[in-house]
Unconditional design. Structure first.
Length: 602
């Protein structure tokens, strides 16, 4: 028919394309004799391989969901594109020239090549950023930063890391000179919508984000130290025709073969985490891009690890724990085995790699614990499990995890584990689990009746008073954050409030309404609103309170260091002259700490 892709092109694509290699980009396939291949179906979740690919006849069939077809149908279904677009995409992949019956496509068919043109733009921009990082004086600050964090030149080249120049108009001029139109650049996601010639990324370490084919489709940018406190630490590209955050994983293009071979994957929170894992040989690590783990992410990796293990490597703070909990339930709902990596000795994989080396990081990954153990340990910290009320709350929280399990055997085993962890009787646990909706309703009613009482339980110490005072005069937060960080607080409630304040500040949503909206603890909300309503923290007082809080926190940190140092001095044994010199050094360090403590007014 005139205007349609020619039969010659269709036959050439079908004869040339390697369907085994094509399908293998989406799920792990294993040969079972001849050119017959089997794997877990990429169209529906399963643990037992029921998806068959015939490499000779070039077709696939799933005995579970009955999906079937040839290479073109496979790409249509996986990428959600039309038949002509799938044909053109595969023709390009296998080097076949696309021909039409009358020499041109039909008048009513116009392939949308916006994504292809954007990928070309992002590829060129990534190359330029990379050049700026490794070859120019402007990029030296960024290159020194990542080198000090332990990244090798090989790793920098592999991930094509780059540097976005500080001149916000430089990139626009550069790309105009490469024949990209101003209209096209305005819609590219690389520039400000309000000021179209201002680069979205400026004076930042750049992380190209690749699709599964290894094409650059987006960017992540990290501010370089010393950072302006008004700047957001990380920026990510927004959704574009070629890039959807919910469907993309940083590092997946590098990791997919290793995931397939090792039957394991590590989910991280940040790009640097992924890069550190890869440099240490743990090249099956990936990261989400500013979003929680999604159904789309699970679909991407499920065919590779259906019989393997998902490792979660998130932060150990409250937000990280919540992200871990949600990810565990999502993975378990898709019948995936989950383990949790609890890193020790550093705040992230890059720091551990730098301080202790790759072997230490590998050992910590291999020591990961099962998700059920992690959740029970977490619940034991969250609730007073030495009381009946605490045990009840912990058990009902654990029931939501049990609900996500897909096997009755797993459910029963997990309930037994719960009984052992908190010394509960199996019969009572099973009754409550089987009647959990009604029992939970009764508990909720009791909780509502006791809500006022629970809100009154927070008794602010000096740390929490300082942070509460800051909420009464938000300008003082800049003073506070310039001197202390979240981990400096010893009071867990104060740490939570500081994290909320820091998050609102970084997101330019720094109002009382935003702060209260992000406080998930009702008792903390009550404390803040009560202090604001009472006017207990007048503006002229807040500066003094913040200064006292900073001094207190610094003094506590110095005291902790001093106590550790004193213990080392007490335990030190002098045998050689070198030992004596080392002891003198420790004593001099103690004297310096004493001076600092005195300066703070102890």
């Amino acid at each position: 028919m005139a205007g349609f892709i020619s039969k010659e092109t269709v036959d050439a694509v079908n004869n040339t394309i390697d369907i085994v290699q094509l399908v293998g980009e989406y799920t792990k396939l294993e040969r079972r004799g001849g050119n017959d291949w089997w794997g877990c179906c990429p169209f529906h979740g399963e643990k037992t391989a029921s998806f068959h690919v015939d490499g000779d006849q070039k077709f696939y069939y799933c005995f579970g969901c009955h999906a079937s077809g040839n290479a073109v149908k496979f790409i249509m279904e996986m990428e959600k594109i039309s038949y002509p677009d799938a044909l053109v995409s595969l023709a390009k992949k296998c080097g076949v020239a696309v021909k039409y019956e009358d020499g041109a496509p039909p008048a009513d068919y116009k392939r949308d090549d916006t994504a292809d043109r954007l990928i070309e733009l992002y590829e060129r921009t990534a190359s330029m950023f990379h050049y700026m990082l490794v070859e120019t004086p402007q990029g030296k600050k960024a290159l020194d930063y990542i080198t000090k964090r332990g990244l090798t030149r090989e790793t920098i080249e592999k991930f094509k890391l780059g540097y976005a120049p500080a001149d916000t108009k430089w990139l626009h001029k550069f790309l105009l000179g490469k024949n990209f139109s101003a209209e096209f650049l305005a819609k590219s996601g690389l520039f400000s919508q309000k000021y179209p010639d201002y680069s979205f990324f400026a004076d930042r370490l750049m992380f190209p984000i690749f699709n599964r084919k290894g094409q650059v489709v987006a960017f992540g940018g990290r501010v370089l130290p010393p950072a302006n406190e008004k700047e957001r630490k990380y920026l990510n590209s927004g959704d574009l025709p070629q890039f959807k955050k919910r469907e993309t994983l940083f590092g997946f293009n590098f990791a997919k073969n290793s995931i397939r071979e090792n039957k394991r994957i590590i989910f991280c929170e940040g790009n640097m985490d992924v890069i550190a894992y890869h440099q240490c040989g743990l090249d099956y690590a990936v990261a989400t891009l500013g979003t929680a783990l999604t159904e789309e992410h699970i679909k991407m990796i499920q065919g590779f690890v259906a019989e393997g293990t998902v490792y979660l490597s998130f932060d150990s703070d409250d937000a990280g724990r919540k992200a871990t909990w949600k990810a565990v339930k999502l993975c378990r709902e898709h019948n995936l085995t989950v383990k949790i990596i609890s890193l020790k000795g550093g705040k992230d994989p890059a720091e551990i790699m730098l301080k202790f080396g790759g072997e230490n990081l590998t050992a910590q990954v291999n020591s990961a614990i099962l998700d059920s153990d992690f959740i029970l340990n977490t619940l034991g910290e969250m609730y007073p499990v030495d009381t009946p009320e605490g045990k009840t709350k912990a058990a009902f929280a654990f029931f939501s995890y049990v609900d996500s399990l897909q096997s009755d055997i797993q459910k029963e085993s997990s309930l037994e584990q719960l009984c052992q962890a908190f010394n509960l009787k199996p019969e009572a646990v099973k009754r409550d689990f089987n009647n959990r909706d009604k029992a939970k309703e009764r508990i909720n009613i009791r909780q509502e009746n006791n809500q006022k009482e629970s809100r009154a339980k927070i008794i602010p110490d000096a740390e929490l008073r300082g942070l509460t005072a800051v909420t009464a005069n938000l300008d003082q937060f800049k003073v506070l954050r310039s001197a202390v960080a979240e981990d400096d607080f010893t009071n867990p409630v104060a740490r939570r409030l500081y994290k909320v304040l820091e998050g609102c500040f970084n997101d330019n949503a720094f109002t009382i309404r935003d702060i209260l909206g992000r406080c998930e603890d009702d008792s903390l909300v009550a404390l803040i609103t009560e202090s604001l309503s009472s006017g207990v923290y007048q503006s002229e007082q807040v500066g003094i309170i913040v200064k006292d809080t900073i001094n207190l926190i610094k003094r506590n940190k110095l005291d902790a260091r001093r106590n550790k140092l004193l213990q080392r001095i007490r335990d030190y044994t002098v045998v050689t002259s070198e030992d004596e010199a080392q002891l003198k050094s420790l004593l001099a360090e103690k004297m310096e700490l004493d001076k600092q403590v005195q300066t703070l007014g102890k």
